[in-house]
Design a protein. Structure first.
Length: 689
């Protein structure tokens, strides 16, 4: 097992770190109205000290290899499914079970349920999976905490009302009938990329999960159940009550009938064709196993890939299986109380580029050893081979970065844009190496632009309307359409590279302007939610040349000011993905406050009351060690369906906002285009320019 914690790999602060981090002299020219921003003039009291503490804390968190990584917290289904996997494979041990159960119990709420994000409502599937995991750990069904959970589950429809993935896990042990699950034929792997519902119509995370699940669905394995789960049915005699199908004239009705046809096809599928399909699926899976043994750097595809290959005859000592299981162990976070939490994935590239940006914008000199080491590590993570993205962009030269330690098959556009922005802030001793990597990343990113002028996270034009309609796909978003936040980060990066006039950049800007909500916000796909989207788009538009007085910028400013909380901070609950009345509403958090401030500062509002109150909130809520508390989930995997608490968000974004408040935006105000030959880099004190 590998223990990974927020402070893992921390190094001691170097002599002189604090003085290098917060130079008292004037820093970069700003873009907020003044030619120079001078620290100490009209500033919120304590902001210098807060910035210095945050810089020291972040520097101390850096791994000796140069990267940063905070814990990535999701929900207890990761932990429950890990135990169920071990039970299925026959490798569950007492120590692992005890530690996982300790974590799962600690997340249970007073009403006996589990939620999928801090402060969120009870969630049926999460509660069922947590309950079953605790039964595996030996918790008696009549224990008060278990009885409360099972009573709530029955009151809300029982197992029959759970999501498909939950029922798949239960079917592996006979707690649910495979016949009562949507059919997922392995012959899908043979569909060419131009046929609807081929595997490349799915987002990469869904694609990696569905291919192994086609094998599992075809083989329908059942392991002996260690106990019954009658208490989780509304009526144990009728565990799967009949439901009226949707009207035939509706999409849902059409796909329900298609699923019935696939169930019938299962009985007559040619054996040779099915065997060939499963063999093709196995090859597809193995070809995409990364060097660390994982698949796509995320837990769900890895879990189902291990199960599928095991069913196809790969024993646990086979190198592919052994590496896969070892990779899952690396998703383990051991807490001080002995509890064991499973991360859905790990975010070192994302955390590292954001940390580098934060430090540079907070005044850390661009040749600081920590930043140079971070640049070295990021350069070593560049991806230079093709992946699944090439199906829609054949001939495009590879380049760019992924999110995780090992994920060469699925680089993502968001990480690539932010890594380029980070590298541009660092004075590296080998500038030619940096320039070459940036050139490849920019070229690849431009080639991944979708037809509507915007950018998605992993693929281009991954917008088929059909995958989300499948009865099997009730677990969250399964396609990867362009989003405002990713497009904004790309536009900001292209502006920094001096490509504002490029027609592709202009198309991205036009798309962003058209996507603005009537009240002035932008939807946030990968962060919660309208505050994240707005905090991403406004800095991008102003970097690309929109004046602070542009109507779109003014609408965004007014919206942000209208949703500022009484305490001066900003917050937004995950419920805004389901209910627009929650847009911009929620308990204040450090990361969301920083996003709002980054937008307002870029819009020329540095001297405004909203910025003053927001900065004061960050200063006043900072802990003595330079950190902020943030139990709320401000990251998004699937809107509403899968929420994330990135533990480093509470550090990198507040520091970025504080730095830009002190030292200005990371663009010169003298008309020079960044990336156009001028030696201007954010974080360079003025006297060093």
């Amino acid at each position: 097992m590998t223990a990974t914690t927020d402070g893992a790999g921390a190094r001691a602060a170097e002599p002189g770190d604090s003085t290098a981090a917060t130079p008292p002299a004037p820093a970069l020219p700003g873009t907020c109205g003044a030619t120079r921003i001078r620290p100490g003039a009209g500033l919120v009291p304590g902001v210098h000290e807060a910035t210095a503490r945050a810089v020291r804390n972040l520097l101390d968190r850096q791994d000796p290899e140069g990267w940063w990584k905070g814990d990535l917290e999701t929900n207890v289904t990761m932990d429950a499914e890990d135990l169920l996997l071990r039970q299925f494979l026959g490798i569950r041990d007492e120590a692992t079970t005890r530690a996982a159960a300790l974590f799962i119990r600690g997340e249970q709420r007073d009403d006996g349920t589990w939620a999928t994000f801090h402060g969120g409502p009870p969630e049926l599937s999460a509660t069922i999976e947590a309950y079953v995991a605790l039964r595996l750990a030996g918790d008696a069904p009549d224990a008060p905490h278990m009885a409360a959970a099972s009573a709530w589950i029955r009151a809300h429809g029982g197992i029959a009302s759970a999501r498909v993935f939950t029922r798949v896990w239960l079917a592996l042990f006979g707690w649910w009938d495979w016949e009562n699950l949507p059919e997922l034929p392995p012959e899908l792997v043979f569909l060419p990329s131009w046929v609807p519902l081929n595997i490349y119509d799915f987002g990469c995370w869904a694609r990696q999960t569905i291919v192994p699940l086609t094998v599992v669905s075809a083989m329908r394995p059942v392991r002996p159940a260690p106990f019954a789960l009658d208490e989780l049915h509304t009526d144990a005699r009728i565990p799967a009550p009949a439901r009226r199908p949707a009207p035939l004239t509706s999409w849902d009705g059409a796909f329900q009938r298609m699923d019935k046809a696939l169930h019938a096809y299962r009985r007559f599928a040619p054996r040779r064709l099915r065997k060939a399909a499963m063999a093709a699926a196995a090859r597809w899976i193995i070809e995409r196993q990364e060097n660390d043994g994982c698949w796509g750097g995320i837990q769900p595809p890895a879990v189902y890939s291990v199960i599928a290959l095991h069913l196809l005859g790969y024993d646990l000592q086979h190198p592919v299986m052994r590496a896969g299981l070892e990779s899952l162990d690396r998703f383990t976070v051991w807490r001080e109380d002995g509890a064991r939490m499973i991360e859905a994935c790990q975010s070192p590239v994302w955390d590292t580029c954001l940390a580098a940006i934060a430090l540079a914008d907070a005044g850390v000199r661009p040749d600081h050893p920590a930043l140079v080491k971070a640049a070295d590590w990021m350069l070593g993570e560049e991806i230079t081979r093709s992946g699944d993205w090439a199906v829609r962009r054949p001939g495009l030269a590879p380049g760019g970065w992924a999110f995780e330690f090992h994920n060469d098959t699925y680089p993502d556009i968001d990480d690539t844009a932010e890594v380029v922005l980070a590298l541009r802030r660092i004075r590296h001793p080998d500038p030619a190496r940096v320039e070459a990597a940036i050139a490849r990343g920019v070229s690849w990113t431009l080639g991944m632009q979708s037809g509507n002028g915007a950018w998605a996270a992993f693929d281009a034009d991954n917008t088929s309307p059909f995958p989300n309609r499948l009865p099997f796909c009730d677990f969250g978003e399964v396609i990867d359409p362009p989003s405002a936040d990713v497009t904004a980060h790309v536009v900001e990066m292209l502006a920094f590279e001096g490509r504002t006039a490029d027609p592709r950049t202009r198309r991205g800007i036009a798309w962003l302007l058209a996507e603005q909500e009537p009240e002035g916000a932008w939807f946030g796909r990968w962060g919660t939610n309208y505050v994240y989207g707005t905090g991403s788009v406004v800095p991008a538009l102003t970097a690309a040349g929109l004046a602070p007085g542009h109507p779109a910028i003014r609408r965004a400013v007014r919206w942000l000011e209208s949703v500022q909380n009484e305490d001066g901070g900003w917050g937004e609950d995950q419920r805004s993905y389901q209910d627009r009345s929650w847009a911009g509403r929620g308990a204040s958090t450090a990361s969301q406050t920083a996003w709002a401030l980054m937008a307002l500062l870029s819009a020329g509002e540095r001297d405004g009351k909203a910025v003053e109150r927001g900065i004061a909130y960050l200063v006043e809520t900072q802990r003595a060690d330079g950190t902020w508390d943030e139990p709320y989930f401000t990251g998004t995997g699937f809107p509403w369906d899968f929420s994330i608490n990135y533990h480093l968000y509470r550090q990198v974004f507040p520091l970025t906002a504080l730095g830009r408040y002190l030292y200005g935006e990371p663009f010169g105000s003298d008309g020079r285009q960044p990336g156009a030959g001028a030696d201007v880099r954010p974080g360079v004190p003025a006297e060093e320019e």
